[in-house]
Write a protein that binds this ligand. Structure first.
Ligand SMILES: NC(=O)c1ccc[n+]([C@@H]2O[C@H](COP(=O)([O-])OP(=O)(O)OC[C@H]3O[C@@H](n4cnc5c(N)ncnc54)[C@H](O)[C@@H]3O)[C@@H](O)[C@H]2O)c1
Length: 344
């Protein structure tokens, strides 16, 4: 079968990773590169594919089978809409947009043009996430009572040379925690309300460097998420999953999910339980699942995009999933300003 021809729009930090993932995929081939910055021509040369400065130029010339949009969040609607109108399936980087109105427009566009939209929450393509979901759904942990999610990283000063990263929407809530928000919603279900505090007291940029968030789920479960990009620590999905070799892996955990019958650490999937009687006076045992993290989650995501193009499957993470995490993100920002609990 012919490989699926994919164009990548926006060759920055993430676009580059997609180029790499396409190269590793057996189902996909790079079709072309689009970037307003003409320095990205060098990537097109390296991969021997055409280079275009705008999506319009690409669409006029030679249409790809699918496109990946990896431009800054505020351009997501603009860049996605031209491809959806041309009925070309889109893998859109997370978050779906920088605001709810434009996220809704993107979703409507996808519906109106009957063209699939996959949101780039690539962690969901990792087998450890699938194993965790199965464990929760199997009831082995009992009723889920509470969860604690850690996302502490230290970003080097070079990271902030891109000015959009120090402005509204460019901070660790929208860049990092939104992945955890998507994942915890996938694992624990619908969120009813949100409360949050943010701080920029260390980096002093206009955007937050640190935040703590409380979620109340429809199921009654509670969850705390703790994020910072200015803490040297091993407790984040990036540093524990081993998913991306750019982040030296630790053997620590970053999620702790607790139920009435047991609890689980993630990503190492250490499952804690009492053997007979449940009590803090009884010895607590643990078993290790032995599930290995997928090393090539981004490649799995590309393969999934190819299956969507081939009409073998529907997007695992659709526009509505993207909208849910964006609404929670928006509620976090509003709650941190008002100090109030916000209903979703
Ligand atoms: N999935 C993940 O883990 C992950 C990680 C980092 C970033 N992201 C997301 O990827 C997207 C890009 O982030 P980044 O960190 O790679 O940004 P970046 O600033 O490193 O790169 C953005 C690229 O888009 C290009 N660009 C800007 N405007 C353009 C336009 N009008 N037309 C064509 N190209 C244009 C820029 O020249 C640049 O090459 C964001 O949505 C971000 O949230 C996702």
């Amino acid at each position: 079968m012919n490989k699926v021809k994919i164009s990548v729009v926006g060759i920055g930090l993430m676009g580059n990773q997609h180029l790499n993932a396409i190269e590793r995929s057996h189902k996909a081939i790079l079709h072309s590169i689009v970037d307003i910055n003409k320095d990205s021509r060098l990537h097109a040369k390296k991969y021997k594919v055409p280079f275009y400065k705008t999506s319009g130029e690409l669409l006029k010339n030679n249409k790809p089978d699918a496109v990946i949009i990896a431009t800054p969040n505020q351009f997501h609607e603009k860049h996605t809409s031209s491809f959806l109108k041309a009925k070309i399936p889109v893998l859109l980087e997370k978050p779906i947009s920088d605001n709810i109105l434009s996220a809704k427009k993107i979703i409507n566009n996808s519906k109106k043009n009957k063209t699939h939209l996959l949101i780039g929450y690539h962690r969901r393509h990792n087998s450890i996430v699938t194993s965790l979901k199965k464990k929760i759904e199997s009831g082995q942990l009992g009723k889920i009572v509470s969860a604690n999610v850690m996302c502490w990283v230290y970003k080097h000063k070079d990271y902030f040379k891109e000015k959009w990263r120090i402005k509204k929407g460019g901070g660790p809530l929208g860049i990092n925690l939104v992945h955890d928000i998507d994942l915890i919603c996938y694992l624990l279900g619908t969120v009813n309300s949100v409360q949050a505090l943010t701080s920029n007291s260390i980096r002093k940029y206009k955007v937050e460097d640190t935040a703590i968030v409380n979620l109340v789920f429809k199921s009654g479960a509670l969850c705390t998420l703790n994020v910072s990009d200015t803490i040297v620590a091993p407790w984040s999905y990036e540093l524990t999953s081993g998913e991306n070799s750019a982040y030296p892996a630790t053997n620590q955990s970053c999620y702790y999910i607790g139920g009435t019958k047991g609890s689980v650490q993630f990503p190492n999937l250490k499952h804690w339980y009492n053997k007979k009687e449940r009590s803090w006076w009884k010895k607590i045992f643990h078993k290790d699942e032995g599930t290995k993290s997928s090393k090539y989650t981004l490649v799995n995501q590309i393969d999934h995009l190819c299956d969507i193009v081939r009409k073998k499957t529907k997007p695992k993470i659709n526009g509505n999933d993207g909208l849910i995490s964006l609404k929670i993100l928006d509620a976090i920002l509003r709650s941190s300003k008002s100090g109030k609990k916000i209903k979703i």
